[in-house]
Ligand binder design. Structure first.
Ligand code: DAH
Length: 358
């Protein structure tokens, strides 16, 4: 074997087993200014033309082979290093997160979840309806005809008239239109609650233009005021998590119920604070009654066959009573400090067994 072949064999073997640092040493020792291969290239100048013709290509080939081996080995080592780093940095995204959730659940959402939980236990489904309603669902079908004074009392936000002048559109003033939509679309027996946003042109410490209500509706055979009272009592006891809840039903008037009753809940004053329970003082919490036969008929059902009760209740007020806020406007200011103080942990789902108040 010639010296050249020997040198080539040695260099390629050294390159093959070198790490990155060693590779640079080999490059310098072979191809650097005073490297072995560079030295051979320099000898070309002193050769006879014949000798140069035979040896020249071999020296050039040696340089090329060494250069190529160096580049190849370097790329291979770098790829291996990257693979090892990537393997070391993998993240198992299926592992549970250790960081506490940053946001909180708004008290209104919390109370809606509590209501759904309480009423699901009584066999009620949750129904929804559009916030942009027509006046038939919001008023007419609820036995509030056009000339009825109740329309004026609702401070309704109306949309501009449609070109065909047929259906007047508005922002629903209460969740009662969901009663209509449910009776039109579903065969009785019906047991639903319908929580959601409602709108009236009204604004002070206890009224905001957008607020929340929950509607309840039961349609079945042989339903009486007794069923209504028991349901409301069971609901309020579960909601306030107290057995000493006392209700008072006062005769009242709503166009869509007959008879109608406003429901007061008893409270006592303890250390200057209002505490629900007992019967020292009374506070109105909801409106209710037996569904008016005209409303049942407007939905295409026979009022001689089907009866029911309904109730409507302000959710924001329920939240204020249970969790002790006193200014309704703060509910919708989006103030992060208020939300942190009154909000609920993101993953705390209310359950009857765990206490719906979370
Ligand atoms: N819709 C009524 C309101 O917004 C509340 C209400 C009263 C709803 C009696 C009912 C009911 O379903 O039976 O003032």
């Amino acid at each position: 074997m010639s010296d050249l072949d020997q040198l080539k064999g040695d260099l390629l073997a050294a390159i093959d087993s070198a790490d990155l640092a060693r590779l640079e040493d080999i490059r310098v020792s072979a191809l650097g200014k005073s490297g072995s291969v560079t030295g051979l290239l320099k000898t070309l100048g002193g050769m006879s033309p014949e000798e140069r013709q035979t040896t020249g290509p071999r020296i050039h080939a040696l340089r090329e082979a060494v250069t190529e081996a160096l580049t190849g080995r370097k790329a291979g080592l770098e790829r291996e290093a990257l693979d090892a780093r990537l393997a070391g940095e993998t993240l198992d995204i299926t592992l549970p997160v250790d960081v506490p959730a940053a946001g909180t659940v708004h008290p209104v959402s919390q109370v809606m979840d509590e209501l759904a939980e309480i009423f699901a236990d009584l066999g009620f489904a949750v129904a929804t309806g559009p916030e942009i309603e027509d006046d038939w669902h919001n008023f007419t079908a609820l036995n509030i005809p056009e000339s009825h004074p109740a329309r004026a009392m609702h401070d309704t936000f109306y949309f501009p008239d449609e070109p065909d002048g047929e259906r007047k559109m508005l922002l629903r003033t209460h969740t009662s239109p969901v009663q209509i939509r449910t009776m039109v679309n579903q065969q009785p027996p019906i047991r639903i609650i319908a929580p959601g946003r409602t709108y009236r042109s009204d604004s002070d410490a206890t009224h905001t233009p957008m607020f929340h209500q929950v509607e309840g509706l039961v349609i079945d055979k042989g339903i009486t005021l007794g069923h209504l009272k028991w349901t409301l009592e069971t609901f309020l006891k579960a909601y306030f998590e107290r057995d000493d809840i006392v209700l008072r039903l006062r005769p009242s008037y709503f166009p869509f119920t007959e008879p109608s009753a406003e429901v007061d809940v008893g409270y006592t004053i303890q250390n200057g604070k209002r505490v629900i329970g007992g019967s020292d003082h009374w506070m109105e919490v909801l409106g209710s009654g037996m569904v008016h036969p005209k409303v049942i008929a407007a939905c295409g059902l026979d009022p001689d066959e089907w009866q029911g009760f309904a109730f409507g209740c302000g959710i924001d007020r329920l939240a204020m009573l249970k969790y002790g806020m006193d200014d309704l406007r703060a509910f919708f200011d989006g103030d992060i400090r208020w939300l942190k103080h009154y909000g609920f942990a993101a993953l705390d789902v209310p359950t009857l067994s765990g206490g719906v108040g979370a």
